[in-house]
Ligand binder design. Sequence first.
Ligand SMILES: *Cc1c(COP(=O)(O)O)cnc(C)c1O
Length: 828
Amino acid sequence: MYNAASINKALKGELLQETGFSEIGHILLDSRKLIFPETSLFIPLVSARRNAHQYIDELYRKGVSNFIVSEPVPLEKYPKANFILVKDTLHALHMLVAWHRQQFNIPVIGITGSNGKTIVKEWLFQLLEKDYNIVRSPKSYNSQIGVPLSVWQMQPENQLAIFEAGISQPGEMVNLEKIIRPTIGIFTNIGEAHSEGFLNIRQKINEKLILFMKSDILIYCKDYLALNECVLSFHNQMQEGPELFSWSRKTDADLRIINTEKLDHHTSIEATYKGETLHIRIPFTDEGSVENAIHCWALMLYLGKEQDVIQQRMDLLSNIAMRLELKQGINNCSVINDSYNLDLGSLTIALDFLQQQQQHQVRTVILSDILQSGKSDATLYEEVADLLRQNGINKLIAIGKNISREKKSFQQIEGLKSQFFNTTDEFIQQFNGDDFQFETILVKGSRVFEFERIGKLLEQKAHQTILEINLTAISQNVKYYQSLLKPNTKLMAMVKAFSYGSGSFEIANLLQFHGVDYLAVAYADEGVELRRAGITMPIMVMNPEPASFDAILHWNLEPELYSMGILMQFMEEVNTAGKSNFPVHIKLDTGMHRLGFVTKDIPELIKVLTSGSVLKVQSVFSHLAASEDPAEDAFTQQQGNLFYEMSHELQKSLGYAVIRHISNSAAITRHPELQLDMVRLGIGMYGIDSAKDIQAQLRNVSTLKTTISQLKELEPGETVGYGRRWEAKRPSVTATVRIGYADGYVRRFGNSKGKMLIRGKLAPVIGVVAMDMCMLDVTHIPEAAEGDEVIVFGQDLPVQQLAEWAESIPYEILTGISQRVKRVYFQE
Ligand SMILES: *Cc1c(COP(=O)(O)O)cnc(C)c1O
């Protein structure tokens, strides 16, 4: 344990105020994630848009007494706290953890590369957990913030550490190297993904290699030519650089792969190592898994593990849950199923995700024993109990002998109902679905407890066509647009039409959590649904109908007023309800000619708005007709100028500040001068932008997938589907898939216009699309099998492509996916 004085010494900061000894065990960066106030050290990070120093006051009141700051603070307000002053808080975080790292003299494995980092890390953990007490990065914590949080977990009982490092631009790896200081390096591979910040692939490789400057050994695959060249020249230049341990399928290497053979559900891999022929078998058949397993194999050989031990453990490798999924459950519950592994780090992350869910009052956790934590059970479950308390958990179902023995820790918590079972079977025998109603349930267990069986009982059986929504990608897209905004420009997120087809409260929850300023929906009903699901932030309603006015008043929604008629009616309603200063938004028509006041309405509008204090104008706005189109830039400018004039006049007469906004997604990047006080982000947040360079910075959010229900072999002359619109010209194989126009897969895709992805290959839609299914030609994909996953759109088959095929736009395709297609949300 550290204290403020020892940390200050390490940071060479200035101890502004010291109030005595208090132990520091936790680093807190996000004020919303406070769990252990007494032992937390808050480090407020500062970015162009957010300065976390503003949370010091709140945290002090919640009992935090250790702070690192880079700005003056009114010390007299916080007499019981220690303050360390530094120049830059992010830099201080890095230095602090680098110093912490130096206290340990154990092997540390550092992993970087384009793909596979997390899997290699998790597999190494599976392969080595019997031999060492291991500390590792939670999930994919590999960024400038994720790495320090990971390395900070190192404790004296650990015997091996495994951390991953990822970078997005030059200059970042130097910091991560100091923090991880790996003794053993693994460079997984190099791909083109996320190259944006780099000039070229070599620059990217060389930057990543910095991680291994001081390592003893570097494990890598020679078959990536650019990687091999860069590694060799790095090796030659560095006098004290790492030794190399290479593997290859093609040329001479330390571990030379001579054969890989795919069996039914396994791959068998043969290699020569130090003149001997060795062999492993893994329970996977895809290329990525084979490569990841060979990295792990090389590492185990380097560590001197016995070949028969390696063989035995490789055969038992299991799938890694890369993400937290939120699914619809029985009796109106929502279920987060994370039943693959369990340790304190991943439990903290999962509870955090659970806490973000506001849709149900009751939060339930089903939890197993935590194995091999390196702590005594008493301490461990005391900590778990603390976590549950801090995250406001209402119900605990604990399964396992150890956790049951520590009952008392949980029973002391006020407001927590707890139940204990010795085994998963015991729980399943007594399971009664009616015990779960309107709650959000986290299912989290160690692998041996097989909690996937519990997940199955709780999840609603889904029709096999699903739309997957990547919540992490939405957050990253929002952050990307935020990074392009002027510091004081606010962000309104458009969640109309079920968040462009991707959900409702699930997305709004996330946006609320990320501190977006405003939400906008099309109709009052949508707003009401969000309020019911616990969304408290301001919500603008763009199409307020008189019939919905009382709902607007009751649920505190804020209408867009676009004509004198609707303005007068709404004023009357507010008056009758005896309210005043009711927040509204004024829509101006600057050229779209859809809704809005025009120039000649302005004098009367001002007269009405200033005649009393019934309404309070929150914002005045307009909508651009063609912001994405360079050919219409002059028109966009003209709209901008007109908006400027009209809004200026309004603002002047109102005598108080109103928020002005006109930009949609495309305008944020194409017309930054129009960002004004707020922007309205829509399609971009869902991962789509019409400009190529911007598109390259966004992450794919939605994946629509289905499955093959039947394969058929057809002779030439046989036909497929209604109206016999497709005829086999050669012996053919067709696949019937479970998606049709009732799911939103429109008939336009029929007759070879549309295609879907099966095992990475495109298969055309043949004949007409039926209501619930359609047929694909898979003659050229002999490996296709019944039950196979079929991607309708996603990362490798963009929605834009479908829009082109159907002569439509991505907006229409996304919002057209019908509600019978279950949405599955996940967080990486
Ligand atoms: C839908 C909508 C937006 C968002 O547009 P995108 O092109 O999706 O960014 C902005 N403003 C208004 C008024 C809208 O209706």
